[in-house]
Design a protein around this ligand. Structure first.
Ligand code: C5P
Length: 404
């Protein structure tokens, strides 16, 4: 579930050592349901064989700008006309300069010039030696492209082909796919909407080493953040530590305890269009946090706990669409409806705590303020997230229709 199925993506590969990583990128895009047409620069073919991309994408790789003219006299124009997005990965300093200056001396730059005036999004993943990257010319060229609406992803800091350590490594294929999804989502149904999402298990300190926490992995909240980005939203993801990769395009806010989470929600959700509280918040925290490690003495140890604030019930967000979760082990409906009322929610998503925590799948029921109920049988968290975002889109558009 993403915004990639059915999309036609032109993958431009220019001549850097990172060209081999573009094969993995092409594979991820194909697996996600996109049609990928690869264009290589002549120097890229020195690093990697076109055949690698052809085997993955099942489409011919384009290198020569004059190929195909005899068949339909259109050549590159067909690729440019059909593209939903152009990604250049890796983008070398040379190709970036050519794109910025509007040169058209190879298949990639010609396709770029033909496609971008139609509003086809351009995503650029630079990869080069650190000194080439920081050169004012490269920086100015990237700025030119950015100011024209291109999405730039990376480069990252790390080991470079020269043996040096610096900024210039190609972003990971997952990050590049994230940037592509963000670019494809821009202008979607949640355009100009700010969505604040909390995710993960809170951690309450007992002493400098121990914490009280729960089994939530954050997967649900991250999946909702990704689905909202796919729909063009501006997303703030407030998260406790998780093992999940960052959601490209979201503003990440790191928290640990329930109090930190409450403060972050207070700071970001007031005035937001939507607040989704997917975090599993500890109901209690230790009254005191020991400054030194608690040493073992007796057989028993009592830790006194105090109630954490209920964030949804206490943070007021007038005008914001509010979505909460109810993870229960019994009497799901009764508890969910109680929380819908008490926490002043527009939607509450009820699931079975034993099944939901840590699993990739989820069986959920959505209860709405107007009394409607939707049940989704065992589906992946990404599907549940897409459904939740769809409902959010519906409710927001109904609201703006009635207020206009
Ligand atoms: O009361 P309970 O913890 O079951 O409610 C769950 C919902 O309320 C979730 O959306 C959770 O993120 C939110 N919550 C909260 N503040 C708390 C506990 C839970 O906002 N202290």
């Amino acid at each position: 579930m993403s915004n990639l199925p059915g999309k036609r993506i032109v993958l431009g590969v220019s001549g850097g050592i990172a060209a081999y990583k573009a094969v993995d990128l092409a594979s991820k895009l194909v697996q996600a349901g996109a049609t990928v047409n690869v264009i290589m620069t002549r120097s890229a073919t020195e690093f990697i064989m076109p055949l690698s991309f052809e085997a993955i994408t099942k489409h011919p790789v384009h290198v020569d700008v004059f190929e195909g003219w005899s068949e339909d006299a259109k050549g590159h124009i067909t690729l440019a006309d059909e593209a939903d997005l152009i990604i250049v990965a890796p983008a070398t300093a040379n190709t970036i300069a050519k794109l910025a200056f509007g040169m058209a001396d190879d298949m990639l730059t010609v396709t770029h010039l033909s496609a971008t005036p139609r509003g086809v999004p351009l995503v650029i993943a630079p990869a080069m030696e650190h000194h080439m990257y920081i050169h004012p010319a490269t920086q100015a060229n990237l700025e030119t492209l950015r100011s024209r609406g291109a999405w730039i992803v990376g480069p990252e800091h790390g080991h470079l082909a020269s043996g040096a350590v610096g900024t210039g490594r190609l972003s990971s294929p997952d990050r590049i796919v994230g940037a592509i999804r963000q670019a494809l989502g821009a202008g979607g149904p949640l355009m100009d909407r700010h969505i604040v999402i909390s995710a993960g298990a809170t951690r309450e300190s007992i002493d400098p080493i121990r914490i009280l926490t729960n089994r939530s992995t954050g997967k649900m909240g991250y999946a909702i953040a990704q689905a909202a980005i796919d729909a063009g939203a501006q997303v703030t993801l407030i998260s406790t530590p998780t093992n999940l990769p960052e959601v490209a395009g979201a503003t990440h806010v790191a928290v640990e305890s329930a109090i930190e989470l409450r403060d972050a929600v207070q700071n970001t959700a007031v005035g937001a269009d939507v607040l989704v509280m997917a975090a599993a918040v500890a109901d209690y925290r230790p009254v005191e946090v020991a400054t030194d490690k608690i040493k073992k003495t007796d057989d028993d140890l009592a830790i006194q706990l105090t109630r954490n604030p209920d964030i949804l019930a206490t943070v007021e967000t007038p005008g914001t669409l509010r979505v909460g979760f109810a993870a229960e082990t019994r009497d799901h409906q009764e508890h969910a409806l109680g929380k819908l009322e008490r926490k002043n929610l527009d939607i509450i998503i009820a699931n079975d705590a034993r099944q939901a925590m840590g699993s990739d799948d989820n069986e959920v029921a959505l209860y709405y303020r107007d009394g409607r109920v939707d049940t989704l049988s065992l589906v992946s968290k990404t599907e549940v997230a897409a459904q939740i975002v769809e409902r959010i889109v519906e409710i927001l558009s109904l609201r703006s229709m009635t207020s206009s």
